[in-house]
Design a protein around this ligand. Structure first.
Ligand SMILES: Nc1nc2c(ncn2[C@@H]2O[C@H](COP(=O)(O)OP(=O)(O)O)[C@@H](O)[C@H]2O)c(=O)[nH]1
Ligand SMILES: [Mg+2]
Length: 320
């Protein structure tokens, strides 16, 4: 990395007037290897004094949502704003003081050392006392499914304390309205970014999570995100699997019909087998055909993302 290095810490906030002072206080004023530290507060339509509190504590950069747009959009818009501010490294944390901002130097170290494009903190969730068993179970299951889909090995896929290089942030194109963390981890893995894990425990809980309303809602929404991302990046794997399953389901009754036809020589008999077999064989054919179409769309997406990358560089790279 070439000096001077600017670090931008982005904090998406929805009504965080109470905990925000703790967050801002724990952000280091100086970090070895970094020349400039700036804070970007994303106000996601707060109705309390979040913005005033931030201003009084010296925050200079803001991004406003007039109406609440949710964490995923806050993240997406914030990322672009950080890039426009000339960030070389972007750190993401939360306004509820869940994460230990004082550990930012450890979090960005792999980036400064040139070993990481993305750093994800591992909250070591299995040992967090206030997490319920269901939240732990979900965290484990979700992370396992995600790692399978992404071919990655991330221990805590939904941790929100992360760091990105400028290049890595530019490559991310999140589109989901929920679980940006899962989605961007998949994207990072798909783009072969170097993901490094740093174990950093969380602060004791100050308030309930507002994102995580019930485990079921969380599982349902994250499952949709994972399936979508999977369809986007590996559609052939999905459709090929369906195609093969339908081919077997259809092939067996169909061959049964043919065998009986060969033995009895009565074309009018065992028609149920023929119908059942044909239905599944048609489904199988459709799956393979959809797989081809989806794969062509995937190739288009890769090209679109490459051009988006170039456009972002052109518009946002004002200092390089
Ligand atoms: N729940 C929620 N949080 C938001 C929203 N927009 C921004 N945020 C911020 O996103 C962060 C994460 O929210 P939190 O309730 O702590 O959920 P967690 O991810 O389960 O810890 C906090 O800093 C919020 O202030 C929103 O629409 N809903
Ligand atoms: Mg939180």
């Amino acid at each position: 990395m070439t000096h001077p290095i600017k670090l931008v810490i982005m904090i998406p906030c929805l009504n965080e007037e109470e905990t925000l002072p703790l967050v801002l206080k724990s952000i280091p004023k100086k970090i070895k290897g970094v020349d400039k530290i700036e804070i970007l507060l994303i106000d996601d339509g707060s109705t309390d004094k979040t913005v005033e509190v931030a201003q009084s504590l010296g925050v200079k950069h803001f991004l406003y949502h007039t109406k609440n747009q949710g964490l995923s959009r806050s993240f997406r818009h914030g990322l672009i704003k950080c890039l426009a501010m000339g960030a070389d490294i972007i750190v993401l944390t939360e306004g509820d003081n869940q994460y230990k901002q004082e550990k930012i130097p450890q979090l960005i170290k792999p980036i400064l050392d040139g070993q990481a494009d993305v750093v994800i903190s591992d909250r070591q969730t299995q040992s967090i006392a206030h997490f319920s068993w269901s939240k732990k179970f979900y965290q484990r299951l979700g992370t396992w499914v995600l790692n399978k889909a992404a071919g990655s090995n991330v221990p805590d896929a939904i941790s929100g304390f992360r760091a990105y290089t400028r290049q890595a942030a530019m490559q991310l194109n999140p589109i989901a309205d929920y679980s940006w963390a899962t989605e961007t981890t998949l994207q990072a893995a798909a783009k072969k970014q170097a993901i490094v894990i740093v174990p950093i425990k969380t602060n004791p809980k100050l308030r309930e999570s507002r994102q995580f309303k019930s485990p079921w809602q969380h599982i349902r929404k994250s499952a949709v995100t994972i399936i979508r991302a999977y369809l986007m990046y590996k559609p052939y794997a999905v459709f090929l699997t369906f195609g093969v399953i339908f081919l077997m389901l259809g092939g067996i009754p169909f061959i049964r019909y043919l065998i009986f036809l060969g033995i009895d020589k009565k074309p009018g008999e065992h028609l149920q087998s023929l119908i059942l077999g044909m239905v599944f064989l048609v489904a199988s054919f459709l799956s393979f055909a959809l797989g081809v179409v989806a794969d062509l769309i995937r190739i288009n997406r890769v090209l679109t993302e490459d051009s988006l990358d170039l456009i972002k560089k052109h518009v946002l790279d004002n200092k390089h």
